[in-house]
Write a protein that binds this ligand. Structure first.
Ligand code: NAD
Ligand code: TYD
Length: 342
């Protein structure tokens, strides 16, 4: 079995690639190495010849039909896990073009190649953000999609396009909608690693609005285990929610991080809120759980380990934070700190 993992140099994709290689599967990674991709995320594979023999890396764009076609024919791909995406909501609000390209057109290119080559399984890694804000209870897979920012809207396009290829062409598709992931190797633009690393640098933590927004956190290893589980137990044409069952207010998560690092709460700055900020995400995961999957990692334990990882791997994130990220950070936050909410 040859598995094509797109976006395999990103946060979740690199964890999944390692998991597959550890199982002795032949893994092919296709990754554009955008600002979010980092070949170092794959060091555990590339630095170990016993793992490396199961591994092949292509630097390239999932929108590139020629390259994708070449990989399918030369690597004998039979399973595709599409993690490749532009993933940061704030960046999508600043500029949505690349989100439309990768998160919609890129999915189309992969689906077409998969159709031509008669693959056995295609997992479209979607997100809980396609549902939009949840006011009551939790979203089921059958609920209406109501995405509210360019990231979630483009992910919804990819999600529904994948579904259309099942209905129309019977391409063996599974769609997963996971909640917010956390863990090691997450890019420091995202909430948890940004707040951990800013706190380590004694910088302000820009908490949007009142900080009462709720996210349901899942450890990246639990998410990868769920996808692995669905390759075997999932039914084609079905959507599966993958939630952590850990709903937390952003402000409480912030307090936890500061307390663990022995840093003062005065580092928190309530800044101008994100435009169209979804207030709460929550998933009903009865469907996947009834097949026998459940999370293994308790949020507080996983977060403690994640904080330790960022403390012990400062070279990894400082390299990122001290590069093009500086320009992004200023564009994203300078005006927010000026408009600090009291
Ligand atoms: P990430 O931003 O860390 O990684 C994305 C990877 O995709 C990077 O390595 C990047 O170089 C690559 N990429 C981007 N555009 C590409 C293109 N056109 N061609 C090839 N490669 C390209 O993202 P992540 O957090 O690891 O998320 C992975 C997937 O999981 C995404 O599809 C995302 O929507 C989904 N997801 C993420 C979360 C989360 O909390 N992080 C939750 C639910 C679903
Ligand atoms: P994020 O990691 O961007 O994930 P998403 O928006 O996809 O859920 O943000 C998680 C939560 O943290 C979200 O409610 C927005 C909030 N947040 C802040 O308060 N400040 C920040 O600087 C960032 C990046 C996020």
């Amino acid at each position: 079995m040859s598995i094509l993992i797109t976006g395999g140099a990103g946060f979740i994709g690199s964890h999944f690639a390692l998991r597959m290689v550890n199982q002795g599967k032949h893994v092919v990674v296709l990754d554009k190495l955008t600002y979010a991709g980092n070949i170092e995320n794959l060091n555990e594979i590339t630095g170990d010849e016993n793992k490396f023999k199961y591994f092949k890396f292509y630097k390239g764009d999932i929108c590139n039909q020629e390259l994708v076609g070449h990989i399918f024919s030369s690597e004998g791909v039979d399973v595709v896990i599409n993690f490749a995406a532009e993933t940061h909501v704030d960046r999508s609000i600043m500029s949505a073009g690349t989100f439309i390209d990768t998160d919609i057109k890129g999915v189309f290119v992969l689906l077409e190649a998969s159709k031509r080559h008669g693959i056995k399984k295609f997992i479209q890694v979607s997100t809980d953000e396609v549902y939009g804000t949840v006011y009551h209870d939790a979203f089921k897979e059958t609920d209406t999609l109501n995405p509210s920012n360019p990231y979630s809207a483009s992910k919804t396009g990819g999600d529904r396009l994948a579904y259309a290829y099942w209905v129309t062409y019977k391409l063996p598709i599974i769609i997963t909608r996971a909640s917010n992931n956390y863990g090691d190797y997450q890019h420091p633009e995202k909430f948890i690693p940004l707040f951990i690393t800013n706190a380590l640098e004694d910088k302000k933590l820009p908490l949007y609005g009142d900080g009462q927004q709720i996210r349901d956190w899942i450890h990246v290893e639990d998410h990868c285990a769920a996808i692995d589980f669905l390759i075997v137990h999932g039914e084609n044409g079905e959507v599966y929610n993958i939630g952590g069952g850990n709903e937390r207010c952003n402000i409480d998560t912030t307090y936890f991080i500061l307390d663990e690092l022995n840093k003062p709460r005065t580092l928190i700055e309530h800044v101008k809120d994100r435009e169209g900020h979804d207030r709460r995400y929550a998933l009903d995961c009865t469907k996947i759980m009834s097949l026998g999957w459940k999370t293994q990692i308790k949020f507080e334990t996983g977060l403690r380990d994640t904080i330790k990882w960022y403390k012990n791997n400062q070279k990894w994130w400082k390299q990122i934070k001290n590069s093009a990220f500086v320009e992004y950070y200023n564009r994203q936050y300078a005006h927010r700190f000026v408009n600090t909410c009291k």
